[in-house]
Design a protein around this ligand. Sequence first.
Ligand SMILES: C[S@@+](CC[C@H](N)C(=O)[O-])C[C@H]1O[C@@H](n2cnc3c(N)ncnc32)[C@H](O)[C@@H]1O
Length: 227
Amino acid sequence: MSNSGWNSKDYKKFDEQRAKEYAAIANEVFAPIYPVIARQIMERCGVDSGLCIDVGCGPANLSLALAQLTSLTFCAMDFSPHILDFAQANIDRSGLAARVITVVGDVHRMPLPDAVASLIISRGSMRFWRNRPAAFREMWRVLEPGGKGYVGGGLGSSLLAEEINQEMIRRGADWQNKPKPHARKNDTAEWQKIMAKAGFSRYEIVCDDSGSWVYFEKEGSQGGMGN
Ligand SMILES: C[S@@+](CC[C@H](N)C(=O)[O-])C[C@H]1O[C@@H](n2cnc3c(N)ncnc32)[C@H](O)[C@@H]1O
């Protein structure tokens, strides 16, 4: 049994070594979840064109899976330049380099103008954010009127989660992402707290087999799901 080395508990910011370890896990173990989550995003958000920002994109697997289903262009953004090296390698291999670019950026202060994005996605990054309400306000800023957001974490389905759980244990990881169906009630309360602090009045929480997500939509000046 080899130890994968990656332990989500002691994460700070991916250095070169941690970026390499996480990229291997994303590419080898998590690979089947991204097309499933991309379909879930499409079903919920239905955004097929414009700019999508993938916040905390890691090796850009979710951007690339969603690019296969849509005509969106992608800004795959992460605050670790080391993980973006692996993102770029995945993008180059995918043949989708004309539609997916990488950007170094922190969710709390994105290097992007107001109202540029028709879609914001983020998987597995939020639990590392130092100020989640501020991050949501920042995502709101870069979202165009009518734009949608889908942010959270999950492994696609309970079946995929169980398979990944087994594989991570087999690899000897100190695995913190075990499926936790009993935690859904807590997740809902946690989302409500974050979104209230962020000043969002309307949003939808999705806590089911797909994971724990929040969906929001920025209506025009008429109001809408957000603030
Ligand atoms: C567990 S990985 C998930 C990567 C990818 N979204 C996926 O689903 O495979 C978390 C990522 O979030 C990034 N991240 C954490 N905090 C961030 C922040 N404040 N701004 C931007 N990226 C951040 C990390 O560098 C890391 O690449």
